[in-house]
Design a protein around this ligand. Structure first.
Ligand code: AHR
Length: 332
């Protein structure tokens, strides 16, 4: 079997649900002219999303779909349900359909070289959005658009250092990690550790994945509350896990934000609401509204323009007062 038919067979066998944001369209010719590959001459982008694990993710999906529509781009959208094998199948399916550009947010950092090489051999450029891959071969993707997760972790740690600056005793921290092997989990962990290192009073007494979901965040926090005699601080790698943990803390008869201080990442509306109620003490923003920038980027990549290898998202942080002020205009 030729390499091409092997790829086609794999893609055909894949259980990939591909939805189109702007009408049907599909395969089309291999012509890579400026009009794109769809019968209507639209640019066709295959987008493999991580899943629907969090409020952040829902906002990101909406942003990408709306921006594609606005830009007149045909988006083939595939939800990987937090599974790398689903993303690999989706990318192979996009290759088989000869999309113009593939954009994806990799669920984990490792293990992408083979499929990215297949895209490269098919002359289909790839753009990474939100999360990075750890590939050494930079020719496998054109650009990476997203946040600096190490900085986010560092900002969370810096807040803690200031909060406990005035001669406190030992500070016991529990950490709810994101999806194991994902860029935000790896980087938010290392950025935070970096900010508190050299200060022995900060002790991470327990650290476990909550897979970026509310349900898992609650479950793991319940276990932390049972196993840890003294918890001063919860550091959650995203808001959904923090919100699940708040439920566990309240059910255990403790006051979130007071008995246990909480620092989290994302800045979604539900978390800002919890902050305004005193239940989260500090939140580091991670901006999910990447759609417009992504569409701009894929157009440039398709047109063969020079694009930056790395485009960082602008974001800030929230104290409870800033959260209360931002709430009325928060879109997600
Ligand atoms: O990759 C971004 C992270 O993924 C967000 O912080 C989190 O909420 C999501 O699941």
């Amino acid at each position: 079997m030729s390499k091409r038919s092997a790829v086609a067979a794999l893609a055909a066998g894949a259980m990939v649900v591909v939805l189109t944001a702007c009408g049907s369209g599909g395969g089309g010719s291999a012509d890579k002219g400026s009009g794109g590959n769809s019968p209507g001459g639209k640019l066709v982008v295959g987008f493999s999303q991580v899943g629907a694990e969090s409020g952040w993710r829902t906002a990101n999906t909406k942003s990408v779909q709306e921006s594609a529509k606005k830009a007149g781009i045909e988006l083939k959208f595939s939800d990987a349900q937090q599974k790398q094998e689903n993303q690999i199948k989706a990318i192979r399916s996009f290759i088989q359909q000869k999309v113009d550009v593939i954009a994806f947010s990799p669920v984990v950092e490792s293990g992408w070289d083979t499929v990215l090489k297949e895209a490269k051999d098919a002359h289909i450029p790839v753009v990474l959005t939100d999360r990075a891959v750890d590939s050494k071969d930079e020719s496998l993707y054109a650009s990476f658009l997203g946040s600096d997760f190490v900085e986010e972790g560092r900002a969370a740690g810096d807040w803690l250092v200031k909060e406990y600056a005035a001669g406190s005793g030992e500070v016991n921290i529990v950490q709810l990690e994101g999806t194991t092997g994902s860029a935000p989990a790896n980087d938010r962990k290392s950025g935070f550790a970096d900010a508190v290192k050299g200060q022995p009073k900060f002790k991470i007494v327990a650290s476990q994945t909550g897979d970026f979901t509310r349900a898992k965040g609650k479950e793991v926090m319940q276990a932390f509350l049972k196993s840890q005699p003294k918890i001063d601080v919860l550091y959650a790698h995203n808001d959904d896990m923090a919100l699940g943990a708040i439920q566990a803390i309240e059910e255990a008869g403790k006051k979130p934000g007071t008995d246990i201080k909480i620092v989290s990442v994302d800045g979604v509306k539900d978390a800002l609401t919890a902050m305004s109620q005193g239940k989260i003490n500090f939140d580091v923003e991670c901006n999910p509204l990447l759609g417009d920038q992504l569409m701009d980027l894929v157009k440039k990549v398709k047109a063969g323009e020079q694009v930056p290898r790395r485009i960082k998202t602008e974001e800030g942080t929230f104290t409870p007062e800033q959260a209360a002020a931002a709430l009325p205009n928060r879109q997600y």
